[in-house]
Write a protein that binds this ligand. Structure first.
Ligand code: M6R
Length: 614
């Protein structure tokens, strides 16, 4: 949810922190702050409500000297977004400053105990409780910061990635993680911290992904040391990151979201590279080779995910059931983890997550693991928590997704689900060799067809202003296109703040039809497939009530234009891959409508890219 940056070395810390915060702003942006130990030894904390630019403006006339510091961009959980609640938080003596991503669940109890001992609090946050507790322990038990951190972390329940500095010891940063991501970058005589590697990659490609329950002791002039909360030294697993700067910059597009929509053909080629052979007639996933028995032994597949990833899961369900004849259930991870679901060792649980950090999905994995299921992850962020928590999996390899609204990750997830279903179907012999070959071939054609679909951009840009007046919109689809209707509606509401619902087209007459009038735009995915004629009837039902229909149709379609106000024409493909093509105009529609309404497309209000709290 929140973004964490840190630096210690010989460079000026302030520009490094600010640049890092800008990279991490996608994680939260209701306030931001920095804490730096100045050249004269003061611990300066500066904070501002809103985006990082507000912080830099605030810092214009401040002392930003120093070579050690921590910084934070916030997505509020405890306490309203304000400078007072922004991180870093000082301890009472102003000797310590802390930043935190996560939630301390028992903060209220600890706060009451500390208040009873005379500690005064300046904010409403759970984070300030942590730093006050650490300072209290240091003083009361006469401990060094590291030991006080260990004792304090024993007392807290919840999730955290934290970094703390002490003005009396400017050569050290202490950092720790539990259920929230934290990466330490190792340079030459300098160290970096980040919630992910993006604030680090300008300076070094050597990183350590901290494991749950570990503390990093970062001391200038010494090797990085990682210990457990109990103080046991941990093996240092240094990895090389492989992200280039171009991947996380806008590359000439006005917004990351537009760039990411347009990148999709290339992303899907990367996703399929090395998995589909050059002849384009065979697909292999390494997980399928290494864990063949476990995957083929699945009596049932359970997909757990949230948001857009859950929508991809709904498409996966149809693929697994239609192609592999394996029963499949798709669960909201947040519901699954708190039900008492029946999970057995014959189940394969597929966890889908772009960020690989979604707290509910991680908890669902844990629960399924405890009950003996085999866990397969479909993630984008390399080295994130979910791939590390699963038995095996497949990365979607679409590159960093910065726009909060997920676009290329969705099509990457559907592509991996398609490849996995094809592998399983071939092994289980539930589809003919001919059909298998035809489907693999068609999958390799999708990037080209997406290029064609992207040509609708100009048409959609012209259409968009018509819809800015709308208060509500309806998205309809059937079969494989029903999850896409849900996804189209989610995209619109996330970034334009127009209320939108996705519905199975035939279900509309069981309720939502009451809402239809000339003020209600209805977007129908009406591509040519088994249910085409039925969808036409659904369109007529809308028209008969004065509804205004925009239909996504397959090239060569001559029927639907008679009933629709607007048609958007897409290249033909197999029914199961249609969502890959039809997602493009839906993403573009949401994007252009939001731009017309003057909304902050990449960083919509109240949202965060990585939802690391439940
Ligand atoms: O990182 P994840 O895929 O686990 O995230 C799940 C959802 O939070 C995410 O898909 C969210 O719905 C997006 N903002 C949708 O655009």
């Amino acid at each position: 949810m929140c973004g964490i940056v840190g630096y210690i070395g010989s460079k000026k810390v302030y520009p490094i922190l600010i640049k890092g915060l800008k990279r991490l702003e996608y994680r939260g942006y209701d306030s931001a702050g920095v804490a730096m130990i100045s050249d004269s030894g003061d611990l300066n904390v500066y904070k501002a409500k809103g985006k990082v630019d507000n912080l830099t403006e605030y810092c214009n006339d401040k002392d930003v000297s120093g070579c050690v510091g921590i910084a934070h961009t916030r997505w509020a959980t405890h306490g309203e977004p304000s400078a007072r609640n922004a991180h870093p938080h000082y301890s009472s003596t102003h000797n310590l400053a802390i930043i935190h991503n996560g939630i301390i669940e028992n903060y209220a109890d600890i706060k009451t105990q500390l208040q009873a001992k005379g500690v005064e609090f300046k904010s409403d946050t759970d984070t300030e409780v942590l730093v006050q507790l650490m300072e209290y322990i240091m003083v009361k038990k006469n401990l060094a910061l590291l030991e006080a951190v260990q004792v304090a972390l024993h007392q807290v329940i919840g999730a955290y990635a934290i970094a703390i500095i002490d003005k009396r010891d400017p050569r050290q940063i202490i950092a720790a993680r539990k259920q929230s991501p934290l990466v330490v970058g190792i340079g030459t005589d300098e160290f970096f911290l980040g919630s992910d590697a993006s604030p680090i990659i300008d300076y070094t490609d050597k990183v350590v992904y901290l494991e749950d329950g570990n503390i990093a002791v970062i001391r200038l002039g010494e090797e990085l040391k990682v210990i457990s909360i109990l103080g046991e030294e941990q093996e240092l697993k240094v990895k090389t990151v492989d992200i280039n700067l171009g991947q996380i910059e806008k590359g000439g597009y006005e917004h990351f979201m537009l760039k990411e929509i347009f990148e999709q053909p290339e992303c899907l080629m990367n996703c399929m590279r090395g998995r589909i052979n050059v002849e384009g007639n065979h697909v292999t996933l390494s997980a399928m080779i290494d864990y063949r028995q476990q995957l083929l032994g699945a009596k049932r597949i359970v997909i757990v995910a949230c948001g857009t990833s859950w929508h991809a899961g709904l498409i996966g369900k149809q693929l697994f059931e239609n192609l592999c004849r394996i029963p499949c259930e798709v669960e909201y991870a947040s519901e699954f983890r708190y039900r008492n679901p029946v999970v057995t060792k014959d189940d394969v649980v597929i966890a889908i997550s772009q960020s690989g950090e979604t707290a509910d999905t991680l908890a669902a994995i844990q629960l399924a693991k405890e009950q003996g299921a085999f866990i397969f992850g479909i993630c984008n962020a390399i080295g994130s928590s979910i791939p590390r928590a699963t038995d095996t999996g497949t990365y979607i390899h679409v590159g960093p997704e910065i726009g909060v609204a997920s676009t290329k990750a969705f099509t990457g997830q559907v592509t991996v689900l398609s490849m996995l279903a094809l592998c399983l179907a071939a092994e289980r012999k539930t589809i003919s060799e001919d059909l298998y070959g035809q489907m693999v071939k068609e999958l390799t054609q999708i990037p080209d067809k997406m290029e064609q679909a992207l040509k609708t951009n100009e048409q959609i840009e012209h259409l968009a202003p018509i819809f800015t007046y709308a208060k509500n919109c309806l998205y309809l689809g059937r079969g494989y296109n029903f999850p896409l209707a849900l996804e189209g509606a989610l995209k619109l509401k996330e970034i334009s703040y127009i209320h939108a619902e996705g519905y199975p087209a035939a279900e509309m007459k069981h309720g939502p039809i009451a809402l239809i009038d000339s003020e209600m735009p209805v977007f129908v995915i009406a591509t040519r497939d088994r249910l085409y004629e039925k969808v036409i009837s659904n369109i007529q039902e809308v028209r008969a009530r004065g509804g205004r229909v925009t239909a996504l149709v397959t090239e060569g379609d001559t029927q639907i234009q008679k009933f629709a106000d607007h048609i958007i024409t897409l290249p033909d493909t197999l029914e199961c891959f249609q969502p890959l093509i039809a997602s493009i105009p839906l993403q573009l529609l949401a994007y252009h409508i939001a731009v017309c309404k003057g909304k902050d497309v990449d960083r919509p209000r109240n949202l965060a890219k990585s939802v690391t709290v439940e």
